[in-house]
Design a protein around this ligand. Structure first.
Ligand SMILES: O=P(O)(O)OC[C@H]1O[C@H](OP(=O)(O)OP(=O)(O)O)[C@H](O)[C@@H]1O
Ligand SMILES: O=c1cc[nH]c(=O)[nH]1
Ligand SMILES: [Mg+2]
Length: 209
């Protein structure tokens, strides 16, 4: 069964409180989401493989550790997932970025695919799927199904706010996928929004409503 980790670091909690505030505008929303993604990446990459390297310091030779060079891909679910990409790239600039475009049909809440462009060697890469919102879990589950169809086997999901329903759906659909979020909220409302949540992440990020 995939692990579910709520990353409750004080810096993340503080920034999340501001991001939830309905009076926070797009500029601050964007900056905070990027910063939180950087902080979350620190935890998400904790198990990355390292290997010994010899480094000559000004004083002596030292046996040090460097990343073992395992290839990584960050895959945002459009649009809102875009807000987390640069924050992770800051720490892992060599990662490739794939894009999966999905929107939720507002009545059925089912995800509809409209775009998919992935690195050619996606099957060889560790994949980090990012989307700030895990509501019903339909979008994340479909994006991961699509990645598996293209051969990806090592996948993590990183979000900001989840509903318990979304966590349950995603762990059932993809028990091999570890989930990292900053908060698991109370519930979904009748319109499929996370309560208390932060509203529509895509619209707040891009100022479209
Ligand atoms: O877990 P789910 O019930 O599938 O809901 C979560 C999805 O809904 C939002 O996207 P939205 O459809 O609003 O698209 P957008 O990012 O373009 O605004 C969000 O960014 C997730 O992708
Ligand atoms: O609360 C929610 C649910 C889905 N998508 C969002 O952006 N917010
Ligand atoms: Mg949206």
């Amino acid at each position: 069964m995939g692990r579910v980790t709520e990353i409750k670091h004080p810096l993340i909690l503080h920034k999340l409180a501001i991001i939830r505030d309905k009076n926070t505008g797009s500029k601050d929303f964007r900056e905070l989401l990027e910063e939180i993604a950087t902080l979350m990446a620190y935890e998400v990459t904790r198990d990355m493989a390292v290997e010994d390297v010899q480094v000559e310091t000004p004083v002596a030779m030292a046996t040090c550790k460097m990343l073992a060079g395992k290839k990584l891909a960050i895959v945002p679910i459009l649009r809102a997932g875009m807000g987390m990409v640069d924050g992770i790239l800051k720490l892992i600039p060599a990662a490739k970025v794939g894009h999966i475009g999905l929107y939720r049909n507002e009545e059925t809440l089912q995800p509809v695919e409209y775009f998919c462009k992935l690195p050619k060697d996606i099957e060889e890469r560790e994949v980090i799927v990012v989307d700030p919102m895990l509501a019903t879990g339909g979008s994340a589950a479909d994006a991961i199904t699509l990645l598996k169809k293209r051969g990806a086997t090592n996948i993590k999901f990183v979000g900001l706010v989840a509903a318990p329903e979304g966590v349950a759906h995603l762990t059932k659909a993809h028990p091999d996928v570890d989930i990292y979020v900053a908060a698991i909220d109370e519930r979904l409302n009748e319109k499929g929004y996370i309560v208390p949540g932060l509203g529509d992440a895509g619209d707040r990020l891009f100022g479209t409503k």
